[in-house]
Design a protein around this ligand. Structure first.
Ligand SMILES: Nc1nc2c(c(=O)[nH]1)N[C@H]1C(S)=C(S)[C@@H](COP(=O)(O)O)O[C@H]1N2
Ligand SMILES: [Mo]
Length: 233
């Protein structure tokens, strides 16, 4: 495949973004060169992941860019209404018990990727690690893209299919997919799963996230929200 053909296909993939973040102008060039740089540097043969097709991920970023943190510099800040506020490095997260899930990923715009392998730390294990104070009833997630936020109730957060993910399909979570660390909230539409996760704050009430103040349901159960009837995950 020629370099030109690769670029075209990646470009077409990005056009599949829909309302959730079309890359434009100079920013396309910037994001494209990063994507292509990443492909050639780390994944010269794995191109099919990025080619738009049924059953494939689309890459979304509301900031029109792909923020970067290396594994070595990564820190997850966990604070708010907790006994022991802390910063967890990539190594700290990997030292906590690992949870493996094999589950679909479903976006509210309709695309679904079947049987994705996810590895990470149960969010409930992270919460136990820091100790939730009485009155801590919800969570606020923030991205190091500086814009994206999300929310969960404490009950939702403690489900066994909600993880702080550091690996995906047998590799680290790529920059495009929100690495080094992103959320994966299996039973809810993809917008609940914050990419480029910077912080988790325990709060006393749900604070609607980026897409939720723009009209999507706060409780984003797959098949039971947003007027859709997809098969639950
Ligand atoms: N920081 C951040 N997280 C995000 C988004 C985003 O634009 N920025 N998009 C959300 C949406 S709508 C979906 S469907 C998934 C897409 O994940 P992917 O880009 O790895 O396919 O990420 C979610 N998390
Ligand atoms: Mo989405």
């Amino acid at each position: 495949m020629t370099e030109r053909a690769v670029g075209r296909r990646v470009f077409l993939g990005m056009l599949g973004l829909g309302a959730a973040g079309v890359l434009t102008g100079a920013r396309i060039q910037n994001a494209m060169s990063k994507v292509l740089g990443q492909l050639t540097a780390h994944d010269p043969t794995g191109l099919s992941t990025y080619i738009p097709a049924a059953g494939r991920f689309r890459i979304y970023s509301v900031t029109n860019s792909l923020p970067h943190r290396s594994d070595a510099e990564y820190q997850l800040t966990v604070g708010g209404m907790v006994e022991r506020p802390m910063q967890l490095s990539f190594a700290d997260l990997k030292a906590l018990p690992a949870t493996h899930l094999v589950k679909d990923f479903q976006c509210v715009t309709g695309w679904r990727v079947a049987g994705v392998k996810w590895t990470g730390v149960l969010l409930s294990d992270v919460l136990d690690h820091v100790g939730v104070k009485p009155g801590g009833k919800a969570l606020l997630f923030k991205s190091f893209d500086g814009q994206y936020t999300e929310s969960l109730t404490m009950t939702q957060a403690r489900r066994p299919d909600v993880i702080v993910a550091y690996a995906m399909d047998g590799d680290t979570v790529s920059q495009m997919h929100g690495g080094p660390v992103r959320m994966y909230i299996a039973p809810m539409y993809g917008y609940k799963s914050t990419k480029w996760l910077a912080s988790i704050e325990v709060v006393n009430d749900v604070i609607p996230g980026y897409w939720e103040v723009r009209g999507y349901d706060v409780d984003a159960w797959i098949g039971h929200s947003n007027g859709r009837s997809d098969q639950p995950v």
